[in-house]
Design a binder for this molecule. Structure first.
Ligand code: HEC
Length: 224
């Protein structure tokens, strides 16, 4: 076989190794450049990214502020009782009329409370939920809490001063939070927040219940 054929085959074989090596290297390194997309997908599109310059506007901001006088559709907050738990400037002590209060609603509140609140406040509202137990354990070092961490115990909802809170105030705490407790307005729907508030009131009432609160036919041998 002529030598030039042998050499050509060897050179071709070596050249054939280059693409896989380049591919392997590209996969292993980070690049600022976008990958080559043969079939374009939606992350490549003509748009201005957040916090970038947009020469179309005089102030060159790509993120546009709201036009003065804009009114959000479907969000007219006219019912302060329903939206804020406030009636005539004071915390509401009743349920908003827009909400139908029945057994199912309170049970819905119990379910939501057990998901969103019980981890800290405990299933009975005493402020001794599993997160509190765990955090207290972590704080319990002989030489003080690790890394200067602090822990605020979730409020015992039966504490005097809190057990009598109007339902509107509880609804407001759930919506906007209070001191070191975060609000749930963005995660829990308005209706569910009222359901939780009503369940908290039921929990609070349960701590001071008397036999008289139980319907006569359900008292069994508890006496009259
Ligand atoms: C991550 C833990 C945590 C979760 C979850 C949590 N809370 Fe709290 N909550 C706290 C802490 C801590 C406080 C005490 C805040 C303070 O005074 O610094 C508190 C305070 C409160 C208070 C008293 C507010 C006041 O007026 O002083 C109420 C009522 C309350 N929580 C209800 C709820 C309800 C209802 C939920 C469920 C939607 C909930 N919390 C979820 C930690 C939590």
């Amino acid at each position: 076989m002529p030598r030039f054929i042998v050499f050509s085959v060897m050179i071709l074989l070596m050249l054939a190794l280059i693409p896989p090596v380049v591919a392997a290297r590209t996969r292993a390194t980070v690049s600022e450049k976008r990958p080559i997309h043969i079939i374009q997908d939606m992350d490549i599109q003509a748009k201005f990214e957040a916090q970038t310059l947009n020469p179309l506007f005089a102030d060159q901001r790509s993120m546009r502020p709201e036009v003065v006088g804009t009114v959000a559709q479907g969000e007219t907050l006219l019912d302060t009782h329903l939206e804020n738990g406030v009636v005539d400037g004071a915390w509401a002590t009743t349920m908003p009329t827009a909400i139908e209060l029945d057994r199912e609603f309170i049970q819905r509140g119990q379910g939501r409370y057990n998901i969103y609140c019980a981890p800290c406040h405990g299933w009975n509202g005493m402020g001794d939920g599993p997160i509190n137990v765990r955090a207290t354990d972590l704080m319990d070092y002989a030489d003080g809490p690790p890394h200067g961490t602090s822990w605020t115990q979730a409020r015992n909802l039966h504490d005097p001063g809190w057990s009598e809170q109007p339902i509107g105030q509880i609804y407001n705490t759930i919506t906007n939070g209070k001191n070191s407790m975060a609000g749930y307005g963005s995660q829990v729907s308005l209706k569910d927040r009222w359901a939780i508030a009503v369940y908290v009131k039921a929990l609070q009432r349960s701590q001071n219940a008397t036999v008289q609160d139980v319907p006569t036919d359900k008292r069994g041998n508890l006496g009259q």
